[in-house]
Write a protein that binds this ligand. Structure first.
Ligand code: SF4
Ligand code: SF4
Length: 408
């Protein structure tokens, strides 16, 4: 877990987080999120896109014979999404899709009596213990930052904008990361790998709701949120959960980019964590595995820039920006989400193994070029056949080393 210290100024936090914000920065409207556009923008809202969404709820008329896209693969993926889906659909009749366009709203009342929590540092330490107990794989804390809150919300159901519901009356943000299954992600592209994504969201919903209700039971306000309400990656970077990578996602020390994010906005006084750096920016500067691995050519090749591919990119931030339109087209063509960029990323490792922890440390030094070459030579990032996953295949370092000597 990140080290807890007192908050510093916004400028200092930006510098520590590696944020480069320009004068022409504008807050992002939820309407321009690529998934929201697939509900209102005719250039994204194709028949194929509707079929893509339908495959998460209904059996396909005919399943493909291709490995990873059989009825069994879709069955597992959709079962993994099931808990998250229930929350999302619960209030659709009230024009809310909670967890995706709207913050969660089903709680018991905030307790009338407030529990004394000690200093903000003590309260933060307790929230981290409780969060881990509820199953949060990573938990960091940062301050409310209006720049990363959607300027306006968007309703998929009525296809209209609505006001942002969360304000600085909840000045602290608890950010959690849930690890996605390593071996399932190895099978991408496949419907089977989508089970890792679905499980990530289903676990996320359970953890953010439980933490929020715990805080409410202590007499403080708390609102749980997943993809709705705010941009999660900058909040996670500020909360010390990891660094921003070329593939447009958070890269953590513990799971690489293989995480789903959730957050809880609260008025419980909590000490904030600080951003961490462990060499991702420098490693991404020499590595292009996500760029070359992306079948949609959606990930940039050059240095960070303020370039916007389309309206789904943030304005006024110098960073690596992914072309979401190209990315989503590939998802639609596959009838399943894609995580190839996560699979091939050298930071995507099982860090319960000491040799991967050592490898990450070396990747943060001048040996990064050598570590990248070794990663490729050992065959990391290659696809695991979905059939092999169904048969219980597990990663083996010895098989990789043997493969190294068998190759030309
Ligand atoms: S998810 Fe797939 S299509 Fe999208 S950027 Fe990553 S590799 Fe490319
Ligand atoms: S694949 Fe390489 S360039 Fe892409 S995010 Fe991972 S480390 Fe960075």
């Amino acid at each position: 877990m990140p080290v807890t210290r007192s908050p510093i100024t916004l400028e200092e936090t930006d510098a520590a987080a590696g944020f480069h914000i320009q004068d022409d920065f504008e807050r992002f409207p939820q309407k321009d999120d690529l998934f929201r556009r697939s509900w209102w923008d005719e250039s994204i809202r194709s028949e194929k896109a509707q079929l893509f969404y339908a495959t998460y709820r209904e059996p396909l008329k005919s399943f493909r014979k291709a490995d990873g896209f059989t009825q069994k693969d879709f069955a597992l993926r959709n079962a993994a999404w099931h808990v998250s889906d229930i929350f999302t659909e619960l209030k659709e009749g009230e024009d809310r899709r909670e967890g995706f366009t709207d913050e969660f709203s089903l709680y018991r009342d905030v307790a009338a009596v407030r529990q004394e929590m000690g200093t903000p540092e003590e309260a933060a330490a307790e929230i981290k213990r409780v969060g881990a107990g509820f199953g949060a794989d990573l938990l960091g804390i940062t301050g409310y930052d209006e720049r990363w809150m959607y300027s306006a919300k968007f309703s998929d159901m009525s296809r209209s904008e609505k006001p942002q519901a969360i304000s600085d009356a909840l000045p602290h943000v608890i950010v959690i990361a849930q690890a996605m299954d390593y071996d399932l992600i190895r099978t991408v592209p496949s419907a089977l790998s989508g089970a890792a994504t679905g499980l990530g969201y289903s676990h996320d919903a359970l953890v953010v709701l439980s933490i929020a209700q715990y805080i409410r039971n202590l007499g403080y306000n708390a609102v749980a949120s997943m993809n709705d309400s705010a941009l999660a990656v900058p909040l996670a970077v500020k909360a010390g959960l990891g660094e921003y990578g070329r593939l447009g996602l958070l890269i953590t020390q513990q799971f690489g980019p293989r995480v789903r994010l959730g957050k809880i906005f609260t008025d419980m006084p909590l000490a904030h964590d600080q951003p961490i750096r462990f060499g991702v920016e420098e490693f991404c500067a020499v590595c292009r595995r996500c760029t070359t691995g992306c079948p949609a050519k959606a990930i940039p090749d050059g240095p960070p820039s303020a370039l916007r591919h389309n309206r789904s990119n943030l304005k006024g931030v110098v960073k690596w920006s992914v072309d979401g339109e190209k990315c989503f087209s590939y998802w639609v063509a596959q009838n399943s989400d894609c995580s190839i960029c996560i699979r091939v990323c050298p930071y995507n490792k099982d860090y319960s193994k000491w040799w991967h922890r050592l490898g990450q440390r070396l990747a943060g030094t001048r040996l990064r070029g050598l570590m990248l070459a070794l990663d490729i030579r050992l065959g990391y990032g290659e696809r695991l056949k979905p059939q092999a996953w169904w048969k219980g295949d597990k990663e083996s370092i010895w098989r990789r080393v043997q493969g190294l000597f068998r190759r030309d």
